[in-house]
Design a protein around this ligand. Sequence first.
Ligand code: PLP
Length: 421
Amino acid sequence: MSTNAAVARSALSPKPTYDVARVRSEFPILARQINGKPLVYLDSAASSQRPLTVLRAIELYETTMHANVHRGVHTLSQTATEAFENAREIVRRFLNARSAREIVFVRGTTEAINLVANSWGRSHVGPGDEILITYLEHHANIVPWQMLCAATGAQLRAAPVRPNGELDLEAFRELLSARTRLVAVAHVSNALGTILPVQEIVHLAHARGVPVLLDGAQAVPHQTVDVQAIDCDFYAFSGHKVYGPTGIGALYARESLLAAMPPWQGGGDMILSVGIESSTYNELPWRFEAGTPNISGAVGLGAALEYVESLGRTAIAAHEHTLLELATERLSALPRLKLIGTASAKAAVVSFVMDGVHPHDIGTILDSEGIAIRTGHHCAMPIMEAFGLAATARASFGCYNNAEDVDRLVEGLQKVRKLFG
Ligand code: PLP
């Protein structure tokens, strides 16, 4: 067949469908029985499961490559350094950062935000200044700013949300003022699934010369993230929510900002030379990575991001969106169940309450059916309070969930309703 004919045929042939059965087979934990029932895992927003390829990459590193990084002339140290720095390059590519110098390895989103609050914050924020967040934030994007404000005399402001869980952009615009030093918002809300209009937020903030930090913990697993296209200044995420290990994550920081930031932790690896009186600091990004890092974690994170790339982020997003629509329709039809957060742009998270049933009871009964969901305030107490709730039940979907998981969830909730009348 000529090349042209082959191209024409491939353009006509149907697009390959997302093979969720194959994806499921790559996650060994999904074969487990919980309380005598096949596991239905609907808690990926808290922590996702890991595919074999990630577990094997960690095992290969630990069994054949491990030594400390950046320090030794011996072969293993160089192999470990290459594996670690290769993982950084994968993160750079995944976020489409301009340079690997803009990627700092951290423990996770929480540490990334604390790094910015302590380093950038303490050198740029003073009395009377303001940090602008939203009511949708996870505690990791609230408490570090409260601590910064307490230390500097600045004030924390929060933009409200509409009853459907969307950000009130008008109110956000009004809160953005000449006093605002930083905007720090979630890309996707963990409690409600709302996808925030980050491009517009960045545009509004930059028009006033205000940098923007995005908490991408819930965005990176579900959609393509391009930090150059968004034009944000900081972007934080955690490995364990994107099919990688715990204890590893990354901070993207625009190089011009990072280069001017003081280190926030001192120790080995972040220096070029040390005297008793003073030290000179290392280049980017190592200046922000004091001490021995989580090397196998970084390797596992690199493998996880490559795994996501191999499935295709657009394909994952489309698959999860189908599940979200199905779950939204099926749960809305259940008597005396109310969905919390019905924004038009949502990631695959369904938060809900049931009349006369505490969310913890929902979680416990579903667990007896082998179904894992999250119940509580989801580390987002201000948004729960804004909705007048102490807690919700939350089902969150990942690349391995399927329509049968939605069926099992619905059956479980019908059982809850029967038990509670
Ligand atoms: N931000 C959001 C939106 C989250 O959902 C989470 C975790 O649930 C975090 C931050 C904190 O992530 P980690 O505990 O991995 O640092």
